[in-house]
Design a protein. Structure first.
Length: 123
């Protein structure tokens, strides 16, 4: 895994190995707490992971190897950092969205409360 050290930019590193994210090995920026992923189910067809973010916590930079669906369990705002820049997404509990594999990003809880979503990756 590639670790961003103090004073370095937490921008995406194209040489980083992101495959370890599902083994619980996260790339930590040393500026934010990591969100906590819990794999609930893994089958030959899907991986279901619950993500819990304390206020200000992040997923850390990662690349999705599979198409995926996100089901927010909490209503709130996440900051999404991509190689193109940063946006704020307003998510609503129970309102799902889908993305294609290859997405590279970091998600940060912008709320002053815990934020939770369930991610379903389709193998």
């Amino acid at each position: 895994m590639t670790e961003v050290k103090d004073g370095e930019s937490p921008r995406f590193n194209p040489d980083a190995d992101f495959s370890a994210i599902h083994r619980g090995e996260l790339v930590v920026t040393n500026t934010r707490k990591p969100a906590v992923p819990t794999v609930q189910i893994e089958t030959e067809r899907a991986i279901v992971t619950e993500w819990r973010f304390e206020p200000g916590a992040e997923t850390t930079w990662h690349r999705h190897e599979y198409d995926y669906i996100v089901v927010p369990q909490t209503t709130g705002k996440l900051s999404i950092e991509t190689v193109s820049g940063k946006t704020i997404s307003e998510l609503v509990a129970g309102v799902s969205y889908a993305r294609s594999k290859g997405v590279e990003h970091n998600e940060i809880n912008q709320n002053n409360y815990e934020f939770v979503f369930v991610e379903i990756e389709l193998k």
